[in-house]
Design a protein around this ligand. Structure first.
Ligand SMILES: [Mg+2]
Length: 315
């Protein structure tokens, strides 16, 4: 297995080969790929306290590969099975820049939480009997909907001369994808988008992975969405609960910062290259994310089996 080169600020070393949990007497063989000792210790603590983790997953570049056509960013059936398995054990949310309906079309799992439009459109599971936040629906930027539709049309018009540019309406934000645009035209495209933005001071532009994002200036991002979901799940005041957030983009940094500030949970950056990040750990690509999710399920099943045996022995 190749080693990643992403620096892990929390432990001050480069994330390396998976390390077995060093806790004495541990029967939780959980070596998460490249996540090292700290994750094992935290997971073990959560298991001992019989507390669940919350799993928060970005979509593009995390569960699906980055492809030229954003409408064709399908996740594999095996990845879907891995996410479904995780959701059986932990409350699981998809947190994406995409419109909530579109990301649901890709993921197709009714038992998950979905936070679309960078967390500005949050909905609880459509299918769940035990969810604490089943009915949750939160849309902090509803008043911006007409403006977003207007700017969507303007951006289509203004960028139609740029070959390969694709404008996507994500309901509460607009994405201008440039992954198919010639690199020589990136600067001009950015200026075009900025030019339109000057007419809409209540909207702001940011740059993601091969995409310009236009969204309301309200103080709401993936980090706020994560905090909202933790609150809705009743996890906000549970220091032993272990939220895990996995993402690959700059917009995911807001969520990594939230976990770091709270001293709660684990942020995992998906990247093959060194990056300045607030995440604590890294995985290289969606295939490793899938492996990590499956190992988490395996660990949870083993920890439950061990607990059952211990109770039987004590009875
Ligand atoms: Mg992403």
């Amino acid at each position: 297995m190749a080693q990643t080169t992403v620096v892990v600020p929390e432990v001050g070393m480069t994330a390396a080969t998976p390390t077995a949990c060093p806790c004495p007497g541990s029967l939780f063989p959980y070596p998460p790929p490249r996540a090292g000792m700290a994750v094992s210790r935290k997971c073990l603590r959560a298991a001992q306290a019989e507390l669940g983790a919350g799993m928060f997953l970005d979509y593009d570049g995390t569960l699906s590969p980055i492809v030229d056509d954003p409408d064709a960013a399908f996740m594999s059936e095996t990845m879907r099975m891995a996410v479904r398995s995780v959701a059986k054990h932990f409350p699981t949310a998809i947190v994406s820049g995409r419109c909530r309906d579109k990301v649901f079309e890709f993921v197709k799992l009714a038992e998950l939480y979905y936070a679309g439009s960078h967390g500005m459109d949050i909905k609880g599971p459509a299918k769940s009997s035990k969810s604490k936040a089943k009915g949750v629906l939160f849309q902090p930027a509803s008043e911006f909907l007409p403006m977003i539709e207007e700017v969507h049309q303007r951006l289509i018009e203004e960028t139609k001369h740029v070959a390969g540019a694709k404008v996507e309406n994500n309901k509460f934000c607009v994405s201008v994808h440039f992954r198919c645009v010639d690199e020589k035209s990136w600067g001009a495209l950015a200026e075009t988008v900025k030019g339109v933005m000057r007419e809409y001071p209540k909207l702001r532009m940011s740059q993601g992975r091969m995409v310009f994002e236009v969204r309301p200036t309200i103080k709401w991002d993936k980090g706020k969405a994560l905090e909202f979901l933790l609150e809705s799940l009743g996890f906000a005041d549970c220091p032993n609960v272990l939220p895990v957030y996995i993402g690959d983009d700059r917009t995911d940094e807001d969520a990594f910062k939230v976990l770091r500030r709270r001293g709660q949970g684990v942020g995992i950056l998906v990247s093959k290259h060194p990056k300045d990040t607030s995440a604590s750990f890294s995985l290289q690509e969606p295939a490793e994310v899938m492996e990590f999710l499956l190992r988490l399920v395996e660990w949870k099943q083993l920890s439950r089996a061990r607990l059952r045996l211990r109770r039987q022995a004590d009875a």
